[in-house]
Design a protein around this ligand. Structure first.
Ligand code: G4P
Length: 290
């Protein structure tokens, strides 16, 4: 990516309740046979909390690549191969419509087939498999659980660690799902990860300077999906323009005039982020496997 003209942003965001969230997850993990981690298919790297490897050590794992309806299908296939090469089983879902959610139970049965055989050998025929869903805020945990359970069951707190009493949802004979998802805090040790999380609404964009976020997003789109900018905002992005100039160009085309000769780039930044959120720019993935 030709990206040395990215603007620096001051990201002031601190995920509260970390210890509480971690304790809840550690407690629940003791009771489960498998851990299912939901990632945003558009940003599988940034929506992953690397601590999960330590937290869920030794447990069979399944990755749910969610929001595939908004992600670039070609890049999603690359991610699938990437995870499978590491021996991690994955399913692809659009939890909002429920597409792909049918693959969940078969994938779990396959994942846990040795354990199931062990239980059967010990005569524990009715012992249900217990499974937990984990993921960063807003990645689609509640939506996914509700689709799997075929009812409105899960209510995730908006803060990490906010839980109600534990409840198990019986999905089908022999399989129970913990109805309270584990809320992982996103980990951002770089501006880039913070931007990815803000662009995809995992953290509130208000904590960032919207204009700068929009400008940097414009640069990413120019480098990765220039045709999406041309299609939506009717201009050919110039490789020599900075992000603010790209926003201004789009604002001109949209007629977002502030005063004579001056365009409203803040409004354009909000429009751009909102339209990405609504999928109006097309299916766009922001991270690719190495
Ligand atoms: P959480 O429990 O992990 O915090 O997330 P939650 O299920 O509440 O989902 C957050 C938002 O993401 C919800 O939208 C939900 O509809 C949406 N969502 C979840 N999965 C998918 C998916 O696969 N595709 C798409 N397109 N959206 C998904 P919302 O907050 O009700 O409003 P909005 O974001 O739709 O405007």
């Amino acid at each position: 990516m030709s990206g040395n003209n990215y603007e620096k942003m001051n990201i002031q965001w601190f995920p509260g309740h970390m210890t509480k969230a971690q304790r809840m997850i550690e407690d629940s993990l003791k009771q489960v046979d498998a851990v299912c981690e939901i990632l945003d298919a558009r940003i599988p790297r940034s929506s992953r909390n690397p601590d999960i490897d330590r937290l869920a050590a030794g447990k069979p794992r399944l990755i749910i690549l969610n929001r595939v309806d908004l992600a670039d299908p070609e890049i999603t296939s690359q991610w699938r191969r990437h995870f499978e090469r590491q021996g991690i089983r994955i399913i692809e879902t659009d939890a909002k419509t429920g597409k792909g959610v049918n693959g969940f139970v078969p994938a779990l049965k396959e994942l846990l087939k040795d354990k199931l055989a062990d239980y059967a050998a010990k005569g524990q025929i009715n012992r249900p498999m217990r499974v937990m869903i984990l993921g960063i805020p807003n990645v689609g945990k509640s939506t996914f659980i509700n689709k799997v359970a075929k009812r409105r069951a899960a209510v995730a707190g908006d803060k990490p660690g906010v839980t109600r009493g534990k409840q198990w949802i019986n999905i089908e004979q022999g399989l129970d799902l913990l109805d309270t998802p584990g809320i992982l805090w996103p980990k951002f040790d770089s501006q880039e990860v913070g931007e990815m999380l803000a662009i995809t609404n995992a953290i509130k964009a208000d904590v960032l300077d919207k204009e700068t976020l929009g400008a940097n997003f414009m640069l990413r789109l120019r480098d990765m999906y220039p045709e999406a900018l041309t299609e939506r905002y009717k201009f050919v992005p110039d490789k020599d323009m900075n992000g603010f100039e790209l926003l201004e160009e789009a604002a001109k085309k949209r007629g977002f005039l502030l005063s004579k000769g001056e365009y409203d780039i803040e409004r354009m930044a909000n429009t751009l982020l909102g339209e990405y959120h609504d999928g109006k720019l097309g299916r766009i993935s922001l991270e690719r496997p190495e």
